[in-house]
Design a protein around this ligand. Structure first.
Ligand SMILES: [Zn+2]
Length: 338
């Protein structure tokens, strides 16, 4: 990526947000922690980079943008600036050594008191340990620091982090394009919404639909959900007999947990009124979803959502998958039959 292109790209993708954040830097009104919520291709990483450049640039342009040419801008673009600490997971999870690096940089910034900016992409993939040190940092601001946390899906962010950051939603550049691409790839209408919540990449979507894995997982998660909503203890039995066989590997375990979040998210969305079946992740259990959304209070549904969201960090923290699911099911049954 060339110097000019990242500034030009973000101006093209998110003109209002760019102007807004350049103004915040200029007037020294940048908050301590932000959550940038935007799908891939919406410019969340580019905006973070340009904010970092603007903070350190030696030759800010007349339009209030970083020059992209000075030594500071170039070091940031090269990923080689000591006060721009950037963590981008190179796999499914934020790795242990990346967490150590973050922690040591947090500690250093407390000592040095320099202007420092932390950029953590895919923050939903943090382990519990990493999320905890991040929370500590957000709660006890040190020196002149800014944290930009980035995610493609804020539904997967722990409420503790959501409540302590300013959430900035990036407009989807082309949601229809993704839906059309899925249609072209032969994905059934009943799976499109679910897939869009699980991934932004058509090839990843095709991988999930191969061998009918997604279809089977959608059915089984739906039936587990129905049993949960009825307070039926079969939900607990289904974990071992129906859900575990689908958890072929670590990645699929993560996808299954994301699906549990989405099936309850459907119910939460239906509480505000019935949602069209094409806009549900689990249209085949729309009725159960509608009924439970009417029967439970918003507090109960939020509690269930919080429980399902917490499973992702439990998995990242290496808890046994079966234990996670069984504990979750028991907690949900307790909520539902309260
Ligand atoms: Zn510059």
């Amino acid at each position: 990526m060339t110097e000019e292109s990242v500034v030009a790209t973000i101006q093209h993708l998110q003109p209002e947000l760019t102007t807004h954040f350049m103004h915040l830097v200029q007037t020294n009104h940048l908050a301590h922690a932000y959550l940038f919520n935007g799908a891939d291709g919406t410019g969340r990483q580019e905006l973070a980079t340009v904010i970092a450049m603007r903070l350190f640039c030696q030759h800010v342009t007349a339009e209030g943008l970083p020059c992209g040419q000075c030594a500071e801008c170039r070091r940031i673009l090269a990923g080689d600036h000591p006060d721009v600490v950037s963590v981008i997971p190179d796999g499914q999870r934020i790795k242990v050594d990346q967490v150590r690096y973050l922690k040591s940089e947090f500690t250093k910034s407390a000592v040095e008191g320099n202007q420092k900016i932390f950029i953590v992409d895919q923050v939903d993939r943090m382990t519990t340990g990493a999320a905890n040190s991040l929370l500590k940092f957000i709660e006890e601001p040190v020196g002149n620091t800014v944290a930009l946390l980035l995610t493609a899906n804020k539904n997967l962010i722990l409420p503790t982090i959501l409540s302590r950051t300013q959430v900035v939603d990036f407009l989807q550049v082309a949601p229809q394009a993704f839906a059309q691409a899925l249609e072209k790839a032969g994905v059934a209408p009943s799976q499109r919404y679910l897939l869009a919540t699980l991934t932004e990449s058509v090839s990843a979507a095709q991988e999930l639909t191969a061998d009918d894995w997604l279809k089977e997982a959608q059915t089984q998660v739906g039936q587990w959900f129905s049993a949960c909503t009825q307070g039926d203890e079969q939900a607990f039995v289904r974990v071992q007999t129906k859900l575990l066989p689908l958890a072929l590997n670590r990645d699929r375990q993560g996808v299954l947990l994301d699906m549990l979040v989405q099936v309850w998210h459907d119910a939460l969305r239906q509480q505000a009124g019935q949602v069209a079946s094409d806009d549900l992740a689990f249209p085949q259990v729309a009725t159960a979803s509608q009924q439970v959304s009417q029967r439970l209070s918003i507090d109960q549904l939020v509690n269930v959502m919080t429980l399902t969201l917490a499973t992702r960090s439990q998995l990242a923290g290496n808890m046994n998958f079966q234990t996670i699911l069984e504990a979750l099911t028991l907690q949900i049954l307790a909520q539902v039959t309260r």
